[in-house]
Design a protein. Structure first.
Length: 368
């Protein structure tokens, strides 16, 4: 009979040999596995963006974006990202062309139920997304056909693709993102609508004094214990921040995005085409420039005089504006522009339309 000490020594030697063998095997196979994984990734990228000759990688949190180029021309973007499904987290890959069309998606990893949720890998399910616009609903029962018996898996994939497609559009494809300055939104109540997780979300946004003072959800079909609970928290965040760029409620991403999109939709007519390029007055030749903008009561016409690289005078024809409101606001803005020598001045409270129309007229006069 072997002594306990001898037996323990033997086991220790065997464990050391096994560990060494595993380490050696890992060292030998790791580069091969990495090479195979890279080859699979490159093949999938080419499937989703076949015209791309090269890719540039951007890592953002748990998402990886691959911008595809043909020469110097961007032809689209592919994203690899995690998405929670019925059986756990999946790893998905989505392709979007430069014109905002879905080129396809792939399931790289998943743990969905065999015969049910696992059918998200089938061509019949995946092909229905090809050709969709990033602005489409991606909603089961509306423009997406769910897999029979696997509604949760189907919704998870569709919802994840929708969110990432929108992210690709904003980060890589948008030529000039619309900018919303709430301070320039007239007092009133505005209705908007967007898609949530379970269907349309309709909101009424109340604005007063250049601020969002209340957001009411007029219609929603979200899951009561998840999306339903998230609604009051998300609307509070929007009002507190006075911005649509707030964090989503944890566990209710689709609902949160739906509410933010509905608020954006409600106020979209007041969004501009993005921040205007700064006007360099020093490059303007001396002279008088004419321009027109739309005020509250009609057109506002201006004549802007420039001397020595400065605005020296502004004459405004605002006959259609209310003298004590719009007319008074325009006089105030003329003095502010001359004093500050810039057009990026605040609109006058209570005369938003007149102010914006006048500022647009001055910009139009000087932009060319």
């Amino acid at each position: 009979m072997q002594s306990p000490m001898r037996l323990g020594l033997t086991l220790m030697i065997l464990c050391a040999l096994a560990a060494g063998l595993l380490a050696f095997t890992d060292a030998q196979t790791r580069p091969i596995i990495a090479k195979n994984d890279q080859a699979k990734l490159e093949a999938a990228l080419k499937e989703l963006l076949p015209q791309a000759q090269r890719f540039e990688t951007t890592q953002e949190g748990d998402k990886t974006f691959y911008q595809g180029y043909q020469g110097d021309k961007e032809v689209g973007v592919v994203a690899v990202f995690p998405q929670k499904g019925f059986g756990g987290f999946m790893k998905l890959m989505l392709g979007v062309s430069s014109d905002g069309k879905i080129t396809g998606f792939r399931v790289l990893e998943h743990s969905e139920t065999p015969g049910l949720g696992a059918r998200i890998t089938e061509a019949k399910f995946q092909e229905q997304f090809v050709g969709k616009s990033v602005s489409d609903p991606f909603q089961v029962g509306k423009d997406v056909q769910a897999i029979s018996g696997a509604t949760i898996s189907s919704r998870s994939v569709a919802g994840g693709l929708k969110l990432v497609a929108g992210e690709i559009e904003k980060k890589f494809l948008a030529k000039s993102a619309a900018a919303l300055d709430i301070k320039r939104v007239p007092d009133g109540e505005y209705q908007g609508e967007a898609e949530g997780f379970e269907g349309p979300i309709k909101v009424t946004v109340k604005v007063a004094g250049g601020k969002i003072v209340d957001i009411k959800v007029a219609e929603q079909h979200e899951t009561p214990e998840v999306g339903g609970k998230a609604l009051p928290e998300l609307t509070k965040r929007l009002v507190d921040a006075q911005s649509i760029n707030v964090d989503n409620v944890s566990g209710a991403t689709f609902t949160s995005e739906g509410v933010k999109a509905a608020v954006q939709n409600a106020l979209s007519k007041f969004a501009t085409a993005g921040p205007a390029a700064a006007l360099d007055l020093s490059k303007l030749a001396d002279g008088t420039y004419k321009g027109t903008g739309s005020g509250f009561g009609g057109d506002i016409n201006v004549e802007v005089t420039v001397r020595g690289g400065k605005i020296t005078d502004i004459k405004a024809d605002a006959a259609n504006e209310t003298p004590e409101v719009g007319g008074a606001a325009i006089k105030k803005l003329i003095e502010e522009i001359k004093a500050q020598q810039k057009l990026d001045v605040d609109v006058v409270s209570g005369a938003t339309f007149s102010s914006q129309g006048f500022l647009d007229a001055v910009r139009n006069a000087l932009k060319g």
